[in-house]
Each structure stands twice: as C-alpha cells, then as structure tokens.
Design a binder for this molecule. Structure first.
Ligand SMILES: Cc1ncc(COP(=O)(O)O)c(C=O)c1O
Length: 402
C-alpha cells in the first residue's frame, strides 16, 4: 500500500527540538502563558469556580459546551448575530484547521493559500490530494497581498482560499479593503474563504478606529466563510488545548462536524470550562488588556534592538499578533539563518526560529522572533543576542545561492 507522503512540519520540529532546552525562548508564538491563579487574578469574578471538581468526567457535550459555544458566538456577533450552533470546539487551532481541511478539501480540488504562513495551511490540502498555489505577501510590499495576483491563480476547480490574519510569521494584517476585495472575488467564483484567525484579537499597533483595521471574516457580508481560532496565542492558555471553528454557513459547519466525529468525539470538559471562564465578560477584558500591554511594551524593546542593528537588520514592523520577521544580511547578502539560530542557541541559550527552514527556502536570512514572552526573558535574551552580535555574528556564513 502506498502511504500518502506527509512532509515534516518544519516549524513544529524546530520548536520541539529546542524549546525545552532554550534558556531564553524568544521564538514562542504565545503571549506569555498564565496559570489558573493568574487567570482568576485578571478576572473581575473572584467568586465563581473556574472548574467544578464535582463534575462527572463524561465526554461532556460532543460539539463543546453550550456555554463556551455561545460565548464564542457572541464574540462574532458584533455586526450580525451568530448562532452557537455555528461553532465547534476543537483541540487547539491546529485541530480546527485540520478538521476544516479534512472535511472540505480533497482530490481534484484546487486551494489557494496566503504565504508565508503556518505550514499546516498549505501542506495538509496537498496531503489530502488537492493542488495548492501560494498567494504571496511580499516583504517589498510590506507583506501585503495583491488582488491581481489572486485573480491570476484562480482555476475552474478552485474551491477554497486560505488566509492567516494576522499573519504568522510577519505580524502583518490583511487590511479591511483587501478583505472586501477578497470576498468580492470569492462570491464571483463561489469559493470558500477559510481564515486562520488564531492571532486575533492581539492588535497591538493598530486601533479599531483605523480604516485598515481588519474585521473577522465572519463579520464580512459573505456566508461561505470559516474562521478558526484558539485560546493559545492572544489568550495565553495554550496548555488547555482549546480552539474552535466558526462559520456563517450551516452547510460548512455540518461538513466540518462530520469530519470532526472521526478525530475528536469531544474536547476535555476541564479545558472547555476553563476556556468559557477566560472568555466570559468578567475575564476577557482583563486578560486581553494585560496581553496587548505586554505586546506593546515588548515591541518597543525589540524596535530598539532593530534600530541599534540597522547595519545588519531590516524588518516591516509588525502590526498585530506575537511575531516579527527580521532579515539579517551582511553587505547586502543574507546570512545563513539556520546556522545563525543553531549557533546562537548553542552559545547563549537564546532560541529564535530560522525563516528558510521553517517558512520556506525563499526566506533566507529571515528569523522569526516571538516577542510576547515575559518581558524579562525578552530583555535578557536580547542582551545575550547583543553579545553574540559582537562576537560570533561576524563569523557566520552567508546563505548559499540556489
Ligand atoms: C497560524 C497558526 N495557526 C494555528 C496554530 C496552532 O495553534 P494552537 O493549536 O495552539 O491553537 C499556530 C501555532 O503556532 C499558528 O501559528
């Protein structure tokens, strides 16, 4: 029997290899994680139990508790009410993405995926037999997309356009006007838009009043949209493994539910209850307030670092999310980012994530920083990196030409 080839998931392998031995993990994509004690501290509700120990540990509600699903549905209801039936709970956004793709994409389909991004979003459709084209956000356009390029990619069998907004690793956003153009095209060709919105609503450098501020795809006037999200990044709770799929379309949500039956049954009741507490009106504002403040403060520190090293670093400053994609070159030539990251962690214990290994060959010289860790970890990590820039950096090789 021929087994389907599954490409290694480069960024996850890199994180797995180094994150438990790193002394200064400044590659992490979660806002500094919190404990249940911290969560209670951030909440206005100090009385309710986060988890009730007398609850019998059954599977719980198969699609996720009514409480959690309606809380999430309300978060998507700003423009137009969303029903709790249109939300499915999953084990993190990774399972949400997998479920959507497993349920909706197959052989004969063509998928267009925003790039660079989390490898899962373009690799899994290929594994399922679909053809994939990449819709490139380019550094020279400040990581923005081009609608004419999208038009050129559409084929008669195109089924889905996948976007990641805010974008990992660049921290860029797809602005409102581009989202409007995107749905116009999707509507014209009857395409599904899937948006991995796992970094929402961590908008640290754009205000909701800005005309560019991106709404969720669920707030756009189009039904064939699916959003995935989770508690891991903007809400600092990766350890509970709770994510979700939400759609405006019953047909799409039911197709995802059918696929989910084969992989999930239900998500841990403990996790579900903690998630509902974190997203409740009494807690969400304190939690997001803490995280946006942390992101803004840490970004100033990272900005300072980039300014000091202008002779070798360049970036498009991130607008949202937890990451920044910084390019390192010497005399106009990119350095070997993989050797850089390997040597850095060996010599100093500072963990970064190499662009060309984790996001695609074309990102030679790029390094992903996760700057929303604890402030002291970023401060100390950057201090060590400064030391490395003075000593080991000059000896680093340049990236190999193809
Ligand atoms: C774009 C994107 N989607 C999904 C995930 C998976 O997140 P989780 O399963 O922890 O919710 C990640 C993690 O890095 C990510 O960057």
């Amino acid at each position: 029997m021929a087994l389907a080839k599954v490409e290694p998931f480069a960024v996850e392998q890199w994180m797995d290899k180094y994150e438990t031995r790193a002394k200064y993990n400044i590659a992490e994509t979660c806002v500094a994680s919190i404990s249940l004690d911290d969560l209670k501290e951030l909440s206005e509700d100090k009385i309710s139990e986060i988890w009730s120990p007398s609850t019998k540990l059954t599977y719980g509600a198969i699609r996720g508790s009514e409480k959690l699903r309606s809380t999430l549905a309300n978060l998507y209801s700003a423009k137009k009410p969303l029903d709790a039936e249109k939300v499915l709970i999953t084990q993190g956004a990774i399972a949400a993405n997998m479920t959507v793709l497993y349920g909706l994409v197959g052989k004969g389909d063509h998928v267009i995926c925003h790039y660079p991004t989390y490898q899962q979003l373009y690799e899994v459709p290929k594994t399922l037999g679909a053809e994939v084209d990449l819709w490139r956000a380019r550094a020279e356009r400040k990581w923005q997309l081009n609608i004419e390029e999208l038009k050129g990619l559409i084929r008669p069998n195109t089924k889905m356009i996948i976007i990641n907004n805010p974008q990992n690793p660049t921290g860029a956003i797809i602005p409102k006007a581009m989202l409007d153009s995107l749905i116009e095209i999707a509507e014209e060709h009857n395409l599904i838009i899937m948006a991995d919105e796992v970094y929402r609503p961590l908008f640290h450098s754009i205000s909701p009043g800005s005309s560019d501020f991106p709404p969720s795809v669920l707030s756009l006037p189009y039904t064939k949209v699916i959003a995935t999200g989770s508690l891991s990044k903007a809400y600092s709770l990766a350890g509970i493994r709770v994510g979700w799929i939400a759609s405006r379309s019953s047909e799409l949500i039911e197709a995802c539910a059918q696929a989910r039956d084969y992989t999930t049954i239900s998500v841990s009741q403990l996790d579900d209850q903690i998630a509902a507490y974190a997203l409740s009106q009494s807690c969400i504002h304190g939690l997001l307030g803490r995280n946006i403040k942390l992101a803004q403060q840490n970004l100033l520190t990272l900005d300072n670092f980039v300014e000091n090293f202008r002779w070798t670093c360049e970036w498009v400053k991130p607008v949202a999310g937890t990451t920044a994609f910084i390019k390192f070159s010497k005399m106009g030539q990119e350095i070997d980012d993989v050797v850089f990251c390997e040597k850095l962690i060996e010599d100093t214990g500072v963990m970064l994530c190499p662009g060309s290994r984790c996001f695609g060959e074309e990102f030679k010289g790029y390094v992903r920083f996760g700057f929303c860790c604890e402030t002291n970890v970023l401060d100390e990590g950057l201090e060590k990196l400064r030391g490395f820039m003075k000593k080991g950096y000059q000896t680093l090789p340049l990236a190999q030409e193809e």
